[in-house]
Design a binder for this molecule. Structure first.
Ligand code: ATP
Length: 521
């Protein structure tokens, strides 16, 4: 087979602009058939735009995209699909009220009419053949995120996809979920599908991909090169670029996965047992909550200068806990205090005045109003914290917003632009810049690094460490156990709405994992 024939996708000089923003600039790259290609880069580097251009969702301003040697008409999803290109998005698009069978049929409409049972039989056979563990009659909204993703991938493969693009597929997965996804991707490669996968974690790139390409500021700066010929540190440098703030040694080690744990600071842990806690939950229970199991009899304290990690398989009450602390779920029994103040029945405004800050699970739903301007989103905290009638000058807020966004190195053009026009990671940074201010006393950080690039992840860890150093209490909820073990002073595990284990360093991954799955006593 000639070299030319092995190229499945070729981009020639592809550029995409959004108004003044150049998201992709003259990208020329080729991908070989039947391999796993990683695309990496900082937040806003152009990765999603690249994926959207290949799959016909955006129309490039210049250049040409060729599949199997044939030029694709620009910005045409149907033609891209016919050429075998399918994209699985960062956020899932299946209708929640549909059954799995209906959602599959929706994507693969073949014009035939099926009975409900017939439809379910048809798709059950297909899903079984792909080893997707789901019942075709289940509702999409009842599926755990990992199953949802497997269904999305299965749906993308219905139309005989030969080039599958996965945009940050591991961002929503637990480490075990990521392992299962990787097995699925390897299987796809074995049956001849070419996979392009956008990833942030270098250890994931090196674990799954055959080649890696690096985008920076819309430019292709490297690749695709063979992963066997590049090491983690070199890749980190390529992603971050020469001008960026150098990473501390321990951050670099943690990011590249070359240290098992980087909790050197934990050796200095102080005897905090005598200090008054910033957050105290005493025998807290909640009623049934739409966001997971109710809390049952939770006792929890976080003292000043402490990062408490909350580990657990998603859906075991972590969301309800965050909602109870931030006044969104009612506490039916027990007591919650912040800095000694009983806030059990207090409003969010009162809790924020006491120093509570929340980085929520769902940035696009709970964290930001995507149709509002950046400065309006950023100012929400001022409006919540100031007495209702005090003067708020929009010009001052816009200016302070700009200063905060610059400090967090958010890539934006103007504070008046809509939050929905930011890349995923930059949107997360807007929330972080709003919630991690000097007045914060208690920070609830739910998946704070989800979707962030390695530089921004290091920055978040550093910011959490600095907040701890000035006496903040922090609750870090993460599905990334490495992250939890690296930076937390103490770890609690939740299972079915209860705290089932408390751990102190040095942590044992197996012990924490056993508690998460209910295996331990
Ligand atoms: P992340 O890792 O944060 O998801 P990314 O590498 O996928 O980032 P893109 O989403 O491709 O980055 O964004 C590239 C640039 O284009 C960013 O500066 C972003 O703000 C901008 N951009 C993306 N979508 C739009 C849009 N719809 N309107 C305006 N600008 C946009």
């Amino acid at each position: 087979m000639s070299e030319e024939k092995q190229i499945v996708l070729e981009c020639r000089d592809v550029s995409v602009r959004y108004g003044d923003v150049v998201a992709l600039s003259g990208v020329s790259i080729s991908f070989a058939r039947g391999r796993i290609h990683a695309v990496v880069g900082q937040n806003g580097a152009g990765k999603t735009t690249f994926a959207r251009a290949i799959s016909g969702l955006v129309s490039p301003d210049t250049g040409e995209i060729r599949i199997d040697g044939r030029a694709l008409p620009s910005g045409n999803v149907n033609q891209a699909r016919q050429a075998g290109v399918e994209l699985v998005h960062q956020s899932f698009a299946l209708p929640p009220s549909f059954t799995v069978a209906e959602a599959m049929q929706f994507g693969a409409a073949d014009g035939r009419i099926y009975s409900r049972r017939g439809l379910e039989r048809r798709w059950q056979t297909y899903l079984d053949s792909l080893n997707v563990k789901v019942k075709a009659g289940q509702r999409i909204r009842d599926l755990p995120v990992e199953t949802l993703q497997s269904v999305e991938i299965a749906r993308a493969l219905v139309s005989d996809a030969r080039l599958l693009i996965l945009d940050e597929p591991t961002a929503v997965l637990s480490p075990e979920g990521a392992q299962k996804l990787f097995e699925r991707i390897r299987h796809l490669k074995d049956v001849g599908v070419t996979v392009i996968v956008i990833l942030h974690k270098i250890r994931e790139v090196l674990a799954i991909a055959d080649t890696v390409a690096v985008l920076r500021g819309g430019l292709l700066v490297e690749g695709p090169v063979e992963c066997s010929g590049i090491d983690a540190e070199k890749l980190a440098e390529l992603i971050i670029g020469p001008a960026a703030r150098p990473l501390e040694e321990d951050q670099k080690a943690a990011l590249t996965g070359s240290l098992d744990t980087a909790h050197a600071h934990l050796a200095q842990s102080v005897d905090r047992a005598t200090v008054e806690p910033v957050l105290k939950l005493s025998a807290v229970s909640t009623r049934h909550d739409s966001d997971g199991p109710p809390l049952e009899d939770i006792d929890l304290v976080i003292r000043p200068g402490e990062i408490l990690g909350l580990a657990g398989v998603e859906g075991n009450g972590q969301r309800t806990l965050v909602r109870a602390i931030s006044a969104l779920a009612e506490t039916s029994e027990g007591k919650i205090t912040i800095e000694g103040l009983d806030v059990t029945r207090a409003s969010l405004q009162t809790r924020r005045a006491a120093g509570l800050r929340v980085i929520p699970f769902e940035r696009n739903v709970e964290g930001l109003s995507l149709t509002s301007a950046l400065w309006e989103n950023w100012s929400a905290r001022e409006l919540l914290q100031r007495p209702l009638l005090s003067m708020v000058r929009p010009s001052e807020l816009r200016q302070r917003c700009g200063t905060a966004l610059d400090a967090w190195e958010v890539h934006y053009s103007n504070v008046t632009q809509r939050a929905g026009s930011l890349s995923g990671g930059n949107a997360q940074k807007v929330i972080l810049s709003r919630e991690m201010d000097e007045q914060a006393r208690l920070i609830i950080a739910a998946q704070p690094t989800r979707g962030l690039d390695i530089g921004a992840t290091a920055f978040v860890w550093d910011s959490l460490n600095r907040a701890r150093a000035r006496g903040c209490a922090i609750l870090l909820i993460s599905s990334d156990l490495d992250e939890i073990m690296d930076i937390c002073d103490r770890v609690v595990v939740m299972l079915s709405g209860r705290v089932v284990g408390t751990f102190t360093p040095p942590y044992d991954l197996a012990d924490i994992g056993a508690a998460m799955t209910g295996v331990s006593k």
